[in-house]
Design a protein around this ligand. Structure first.
Ligand code: IVH
Length: 699
């Protein structure tokens, strides 16, 4: 487990002491989460603590006490708000973290309920639980859950939420004298992005996630602040209802007397927002299918969910099953694997790319999140580190959602806690000690020393990479070793290697040396377009290289062409043309080309059919690409059609599941900002052809 270190004894110690330590730690986190809206650890890390305590209590029943956090809900209400007593307790839910645990729950139920019992499956909205009271159809009070018995009166704040009706729809027939509706207040993703954009503009601290923002926004002293936060609401349960519908099961409130699905239907018809993604299923297989489906589709929604809530539909069966002190036995929360975890930011280091770009990255205490172990995460540039205000030694939230690369969301800082000093961008290259320079108006910093070994390693590794010369067995580590030994200074040196080159070098056994030499030799046959990709000329990606190579046919034509000629080539244009001419104008680069020629590389391009003519490869299968602004040579419809023709989707708005946003002239600013906030790759118009052809984000 990572995150906040357990105070006091750890696992393996005396169970009495460990149980005490866990209870103290969980109580601390309950307070941070429920009262202060400022958790110090991720939900997943909190769940780990509770599970450990539960397991210890199960193994040592003598250690169970009535006020253990495993047997009560939330945290006591804060003194900031008046108290509200819940006449029907607001319970929590037990969790299942796997299909097996769901199965075990179903097995326990099967002892009491029929085999074909119907379950209502609902999304588990990641917000905060709220109770709303309507008297004769008029909204009169809203309260937080608090400790389940006493909550906080947040009526004025909840009254600002537009999605919550102030009057129930009387079209449903009879409106109860008292109707207590329970549900989740949440912050939609777009509202969360907007809020953080405003925080950035004000130079204020960013919010870590929509759940904390929703809780913080709702529990404000000043409801005018809540009103600016665009909160929303889904209703999923009823609490107190008067008159009690069960007293007259055939009466006008029958809709509230039979089952969970009928209750949701009734709530929806009374004008309350009810989430449409619900499914009534028979038995466990249907439950598992719903959980699996929404685990895969969670990023299609414009709000966050952290699991699925499964409820026995029949209210009579619910009553038979009853509840423990903190949770009903008739419902369970299936929790998705975490996409956020807390861990320690060990250090911030800087890597040097092939163009000399110096990119800061986080060195993390490795943490399992979003399906893999994450130990490193890019921090993009100096401004990002400053905006996130992450400092070595901080506990940080790491997020890895879907296919998106892992991200350090921000630090979790408790008031008054000691922190290291703010990180500053180094002034010297970590590889060659040359100066690191950030030009005015630019966000990136560069090592300007062309002889920098760091850049050299990256240039050579890029040349050998799959999209370029595809030299198997020549990854970054080996290139590093060869550069360190002074065996290679530029890519043409690779072709002078012999078996003797590797004598005594660690990691170059005889067989792998033979294979590597064969792979280098085979790369001599790669067409000119691959060589051009491998040279790493700025702005010249795979598609530009192909256009250039096909149009010119051989390297000499490129060498002798002027800028205007190259710019006129379809798929090249003035930016690439200028960069290509500048690159080949350098005597050092020319010498590399001549050495490649001397080493018998294929510097010509075979004639090929234009891939735009029919038979398109489905490079974008299942991927969603948003196009904004005008792209050269294509109407918006044509651009979107090109995505669809390659198996992709091209919707009109950006969401967390968007694969890339292609930006043309006069783009929609909100789309670009949203993409940036969500960490979705933004592709310039010049990169669109490459994206279509490769299905990958251009360099
Ligand atoms: S039902 C007695 N349904 O999850 C059952 N809860 O981890 C009460 N939640 O406290 C809850 N979506 O804040 C229910 N569709 C849903 C839910 C949901 C989110 C929250 C709720 C609850 C917490 C338990």
């Amino acid at each position: 487990m990572s995150g906040m270190p357990a105070t006091g004894p750890t696992r393996g110690d005396d169970p009495v002491a460990r149980v005490d330590a866990l209870r103290a730690e969980i109580a601390h986190h309950n307070l941070r989460y429920h009262q202060l809206d400022a958790p110090e650890i991720s939900d997943a890390d909190y769940d780990v603590l509770v599970r450990e305590l539960r397991a210890l209590e199960a193994d040592h029943p003598d250690l169970v006490v009535p006020d253990s956090p495993t047997s009560h809900v939330g945290a006591a209400p804060s003194s900031l708000f008046a108290s509200v007593t819940h006449r029907v307790p607001m319970m929590s839910l037990d969790n299942a973290f796997s299909a097996e645990e769901l199965g075990a729950w179903a097995d326990r139920l099967a002892k009491v309920v029929p085999a074909d019992t119907r379950f209502e499956c609902e999304l588990k909205i990641d917000g905060l639980a709220i109770s709303l009271t309507y008297r004769n159809g008029t909204f009169v009070q809203a309260a937080t859950r608090g400790d389940g018995t006493t909550g906080e009166d947040v009526t004025a704040n909840v009254a600002t939420i537009a999605a919550i009706p102030k009057e129930l729809d009387s079209g449903i027939g009879v409106v109860p004298e008292v109707l207590e509706v329970r549900g989740e207040v949440y912050m939609p993703l777009a509202a969360f992005d907007d809020l953080n954009r405003r925080q950035d503009e004000l130079g204020e601290k960013r919010f870590v996630n929509p759940r904390n923002s929703a809780a913080g926004s709702l529990r404000q002293k000043d409801s005018a602040i809540t009103a600016t936060r665009a909160l929303s609401f889904w209703a999923y349960q009823v609490g107190e209802v008067l008159p009690d519908p069960n007293d007259d099961p055939a009466g006008p409130l029958v809709g509230l007397a039979s089952g969970q699905a009928a209750t949701l239907d009734w709530l929806g018809r009374s004008g309350l927002p009810v989430n449409p993604e619900v499914r009534l299923v028979k038995g466990l297989p249907g439950v598992l299918a719903f959980c699996e489906e929404w685990q895969a589709r969670r990023h299609e929604l414009d709000y966050e969910i952290d699991g699925v809530v499964v409820k026995v539909d029949d209210l009579a069966l619910q009553r038979t099953l009853g509840a423990t002190s903190r949770a009903p036995r008739w419902a369970i929360a299936y929790k998705f694997p975490p996409e956020e975890r807390s861990t320690t930011l060990v250090d911030i280091e800087v890597s040097i790319g092939r163009t000399g770009k110096a990119t800061p990255f986080a060195v993390l205490e490795p943490v399992f999140v979003g399906g893999s172990t994450v130990g490193l995460a890019t921090l993009h540039n100096e401004d990002q580190v400053r905006i996130k205000d992450v400092r070595p030694g901080d506990v940080v939230i790491v997020r890895k959602a879907g296919d998106v690369i892992p991200e350090v969301v921000g630090p979790v800082v408790s008031e008054g806690s000691e922190r290291g000093s703010a990180w500053t961008f180094p002034t010297a290259c970590p590889v060659c000690d040359g100066p690191l320079v950030r030009l005015d108006g630019e966000s990136d910093t560069f090592c300007t020393n062309l002889d920098c070994a760091g850049q050299r390693v990256q240039r050579i590794a890029h040349f050998a990479s799959r999209s370029a010369m595809d030299i198997e067995g020549l990854g970054e580590q080996r290139v590093q070793l060869l550069v360190d030994q002074g065996l290679v200074t530029d890519v043409s040196d690779l072709y002078a290697f012999t078996p003797l080159t590797f004598t005594g070098l660690e990691g170059f056994a005889e067989i792998s040396t033979t294979n590597l030499l064969a792979a280098i030799d085979a790369s001599r046959g790669q067409p000119l377009s691959r060589v051009l990709v491998g040279l790493g000329i700025r702005h010249l990606g795979q598609v530009g290289s192909q256009s250039l190579a096909r149009a010119c046919g051989d390297i000499d034509t490129i060498l002798s062409a002027d800028e205007a000629t190259l710019a006129a080539i379809d798929g090249v244009g003035p930016v690439i043309a200028s960069s290509v001419v500048a690159w080949f104008a350098s005597p050092v680069n020319r010498a590399v080309v001549e050495r490649m020629r001397g080493a018998d590389l294929t510097l010509t391009e075979p004639m090929q059919p234009d891939p735009r003519e029919g038979g398109l490869t489905q490079t974008l299968q299942g991927k969603s690409v948003v196009v904004t602004g005008t792209l050269p040579g294509r109407t918006r419809d044509e651009a979107e059609g090109a995505v669809v023709a390659r198996g992709g989707k091209s919707p009109g708005s950006v969401s967390a599941k968007t694969f890339a946003v292609v930006v043309g002239e006069a783009p929609g600013a909100s789309k670009v900002t949203k993409a940036e906030t969500l960490g979705i790759p933004v592709v310039a118009a010049e990169g669109f052809d490459q994206l279509l052809e490769t299905g990958e984000i251009p360099n």
